[in-house]
Design a protein around this ligand. Structure first.
Ligand SMILES: Nc1ncnc2c1ncn2[C@@H]1O[C@H](COP(=O)(O)OP(=O)(O)OP(=O)(O)O)[C@@H](O)[C@H]1O
Ligand SMILES: [Mg+2]
Ligand SMILES: [Zn+2]
Length: 243
């Protein structure tokens, strides 16, 4: 909605521009700002990450130069992806790494930039999403939760946080595969984060759960096809440091 006080358009949300002698209507800046604000609200970013940006993602707390270098490279890659989107080789981003290394922070920061460019996006915690979808199928009261399923299929950009953080059942595997397949087939952006490891990304070791064990081979394969993979370096947990 336009601000009634906008000095440019008087609140109409449109302004007349002259181009090569021809007048045309163009969205006023105030309408773009209002639209972005609405899209940010609709994205459902958790309050903890409301202020996460690329600019307040710090490297200054790291003690080793190699960690600064490695995390700095991830930061640059996220910035490049967000700047170039949608002219990117792969429409998605997968941030992989240990807890507290800043994956969700970076994912939200990227989504913020894309929303600022006029795209619509939605944040979903993986576990919460599956619970909601399941409720939608189990009960009659699930209209809203069926909407959750549609929303993750249709959103221009889906931020799926903590992918794979759920025990595996056939139902989970099928649901995740269908979401990822749909988005992959329609070349829709998916920004995902995960703690799980993968032979192709590294970190595989005794006792570590692999991505494919949790989401299945088919979803994993499509995820790799549609996402640029960014591996977080093994920096210390930012949460523990803050405490
Ligand atoms: N380099 C950083 N600069 C500023 N804040 C950071 C940085 N890394 C992490 N944080 C902050 O620390 C908290 C934990 O980071 P975040 O939630 O992004 O980690 P994560 O890798 O997603 O962890 P998990 O795997 O447990 O989900 C957040 O509040 C985040 O904003
Ligand atoms: Mg996270
Ligand atoms: Zn205006």
């Amino acid at each position: 909605m336009s601000e009634a006080t906008c000095p440019v358009c008087g609140g109409a949300g449109w302004r007349i521009v002259e181009r090569e002698g021809v007048s045309a209507a163009e969205r006023c800046e105030c309408a773009i700002v209002a639209y972005t604000r609405v899209n940010w609200k609709l994205a459902n970013i958790p309050p903890l990450y409301e202020n996460a940006t690329l600019d307040n993602f710090s490297l200054g707390h790291l003690t080793s130069p190699s960690a600064v270098q490695a995390l700095g490279q991830v930061l640059i890659a996220v910035r490049t992806y967000a700047r170039e989107f949608p002219q990117v080789e792969k429409p998605g981003l997968l941030l992989v790494g240990d807890p507290g290394t800043g994956k969700t922070h970076l994912a939200v920061a990227a989504l913020r930039i894309l929303i600022g460019k006029g795209f619509q996006g939605i944040f979903y915690d993986y576990q919460n999403l599956l619970d909601r979808i399941r409720m939608g199928y189990d009960s009659n009261s699930g209209q809203a939760d069926r909407e959750a399923y549609r929303a993750v299929l249709d959103a221009e950009i889906l931020l799926l946080d903590d992918l794979g953080a759920h025990r595996v059942t056939e139902w989970v595997e099928d649901t995740v595969t269908s979401i990822i397949t749909h988005r992959c087939n329609h070349r829709k952006a998916l920004i995902a984060t995960t703690n799980l490891v993968d032979p192709e990304i590294g970190g595989v070791g005794a006792g570590r759960i692999q991505l494919s064990e949790r989401i299945g081979l088919r979803a994993r394969s499509r995820l790799f096809e549609m996402c640029k993979i960014l591996r977080m370096p093994p920096v210390e947990d930012y949460r523990q440091r803050r405490r």
